[in-house]
Ligand binder design. Structure first.
Ligand SMILES: *[C@@H]1O[C@H](CO)[C@@H](O)[C@H](O)[C@H]1NC(C)=O
Ligand SMILES: *[C@@H]1O[C@H](CO)[C@@H](O)[C@H](O)[C@H]1NC(C)=O
Length: 232
């Protein structure tokens, strides 16, 4: 698949807004586990489908200051090799279809292209990590954080209501031990929850604090609406 197609269909490839490391001496420090609430995300984009759970945008290696690190370009051979090994792992593929689904397309090939795009763009900057390992860890982290239930346990429900920003933060902190970062869509004068970013340690198997920029200029204000699932 051509890179341009990947960009078109990899709905969530909006990484550029988070900035990209310019300086090669800025080293890997931890990961961002980035998860999307589809019903917020789709307020500002055309979506081919929705999902009623939080889904992965990606697992991004970042510097100590929270700048994303660029992965290595991969060639067609490598792309196909990764795809082939992925197709052999049926349980991983099924998990990815649930937790790391692309909202912009229902085409299965493009969805697989999106995972490999995320590996190429982000994951591969972690030297020595195997792509399937990377996908597996991202899925495990998504399952562990279980964001929709984690929020519901503290009374933060996707019913279209507004909740204090700190209620979201506290609910997630009860699960991970650390405050997350939140991203919103601003619409009709309200913040709507779009994305939750959780900082993850170097082995991609534990949580740690994001000790910079907690909160976010994109969720300015004290309250955030939690958009309700729709049938669209
Ligand atoms: C890159 O980062 C290092 C360490 O932070 C700094 O000393 C150096 O000046 C930076 N180089 C550029 C070109 O920004
Ligand atoms: C593709 O990339 C791999 C890994 O970097 C390399 O070993 C291989 O030679 C490349 N193949 C082609 C056809 O360029």
């Amino acid at each position: 698949m051509k890179a341009t197609n990947l960009f078109r269909f990899a709905l969530l490839a909006i990484n550029v807004i988070y900035g990209t490391a310019q300086n090669s001496s800025q080293l890997f420090d931890h990961y961002w586990l980035v998860q999307v609430w589809p019903h917020g995300y789709c307020l500002e984009r055309d979506c081919a489908r929705r999902s009623d759970i939080f889904i992965l945008h990606g697992l991004w290696p970042v510097t100590a200051g929270g700048k994303t690190l660029e992965g290595d370009k991969i060639n067609k051979t490598t792309h196909n090799k990764i795809l082939k090994s992925l197709k052999r792992d049926k349980s991983l593929e099924a998990d990815l279809m649930k937790y790391w689904l692309s909202l912009s397309t229902v085409n299965k090939n493009y969805i697989a292209g999106f995972w490999i795009h995320e590996w190429e763009k982000h994951g591969s900057s972690r030297k020595g990590m195997d792509p399937l390992d990377y996908f597996q860890r991202a899925v495990e982290l998504a399952k562990t954080t279980d964001l929709r239930n984690t929020l519901a346990e503290k009374g933060v429900l996707p019913n279209g209501a507004s909740y204090p920003k700190f209620n979201y933060m506290k609910a997630i902190m009860a699960k991970t031990g650390h405050l997350p970062m939140l991203r919103c869509v601003k619409k009709d004068g309200y913040n709507h929850l779009k994305e939750v970013i959780i900082c993850v340690g170097v082995q991609a198997n534990n949580f740690r604090s994001c000790n910079y920029g907690v909160g976010s200029p994109r969720c300015k204000g004290d309250n955030i609406k939690f958009p309700e699932p729709t049938d669209e």
